[in-house]
Design a protein around this ligand. Structure first.
Ligand code: ZN
Length: 346
């Protein structure tokens, strides 16, 4: 397909074989010449880093109100290269930081397609050139040809890319999951970055939900209540929805009309009920420390072609979660939108 394109044609990655890094990289090299990356300015803050055993107690105190069976312990990080985790590094420890890039205001009410970010440049900006990036974001629509959900899973120098992306098939409205061998993303991402080492982590097991909060909100709110307004705790990690089903969304093609309310955003998004096991990449902060932080954001992928943006499980009785999390030492806020709003942050 790409051989048929003449100079200057925009060739979409989904018109060539997905997963062929060489082919996609060739196209991206040409695409790169056509526009400049905009990375904006960088702000950073220290985060409050509680001892891990204290974090266990705080998280457990909230989880037991929301789930029938809960275990929260400090453990040695298992090998996260293995299934169901399938990460690009064995662990999530070492020089932990959150890289919170761009934001929803670059998508809503109208998309700003000039906002494209590169992992290598962000790695330099946050002082971790061989960083392991893990978390949700928006895929590079210039490369993919449409709006899509990204599950960033990238270890740099040497590069290991195990990222995925979910997009909507415009023919039938179904959601598709693909490998995403692209080192760029668009508009926003909320990522945990570390050296990708194994070390001490917080292991969380929660089974059979009895409350109304989703797994991530429950943990985030517990941090907010315990640490209060004057300390911000940021965490990230990976969890698996081992049993049951979950409600996820996938962004379809960009809306032709401006999305000026949560109702319009909901009408635009495609929602799906997806099956376990789902591996979920998650970042959350206890409160907004003044940098216009998104408080929680989680994207999931699987081996069975399903994935997207996590909202909640839909099978409270049978759901079970297993996750590994670490607190981040710093938050780096990159290219914060100059004007902001709270639409579309669910
Ligand atoms: Zn998302």
């Amino acid at each position: 397909m790409s051989a048929m394109a003449s100079e200057g044609d925009v060739v979409r990655i989904d018109e060539v074989e997905m997963g062929e890094a060489g082919t996609a990289d060739g196209i991206l090299a040409r695409e790169k010449e056509k526009f400049e990356y905009i990375h904006g300015h960088v702000e950073h803050q220290e985060l409050h880093v509680p001892p891990l055993d204290e974090l266990c107690k705080v998280l457990k105190s909230a989880l037991v109100k929301n789930f029938k069976e809960v275990h929260v312990d400090v453990v040695d990080c298992p090998d996260l290269l293995q299934k169901p985790w399938s990460l690009a590094a064995p662990g999530i420890c070492g020089s932990t930081r959150l890289a919170l890039v761009g934001g929803v205001p670059y998508l809503i009410p109208v998309p700003n397609l000039s906002k494209v970010y590169n992992f290598d440049i962000i790695a330099k900006q946050i002082g971790l050139r061989n960083g392991f990036f893990l978390g949700p974001g928006a895929g590079n629509s210039r490369a993919i040809g449409t709006c899509c959900e990204m599950m960033a899973n990238v270890k740099l120098s040497p590069d290991i890319i195990r990222s995925k992306m979910a997009k909507v098939n415009p023919e039938d409205g179904s959601a598709e999951l693909h490998d995403y061998k692209v080192k760029e993303f668009s508009m926003m991402a909320d990522m945990l970055v570390s050296e990708g080492k194994q070390g001490k982590v917080v292991k969380v097991i929660a089974k059979s939900r009895k409350g109304k909060d989703n797994f991530v909100s429950c943990m985030r709110q517990s941090l907010d209540h315990y640490y209060g307004n004057f300390r911000t705790v940021g965490m990230g990690g990976v969890f698996c929805i081992e049993t049951g089903q979950a409600k996820l969304h996938v962004m379809p093609a960009f809306s032709k009309e401006a999305l000026d309310s949560d109702e319009h955003v909901k009408e635009w998004l495609n929602f799906y009920t997806m099956d376990s096991p789902l591996t979920c990449l998650s970042v959350f902060v206890s409160n907004d420390s003044g940098l216009d932080l998104r408080l929680e954001h989680t994207h999931c992928f699987s081996d069975h072609g399903q994935g997207g943006h996590y909202h909640e499980d839909t099978t409270p009785e049978e759901v079970s979660y297993l996750g590994y999390f670490v607190p981040a030492e710093y938050v780096y806020r990159i290219d914060r939108p100059p004007s902001t709003h709270t639409i579309g942050r669910d």
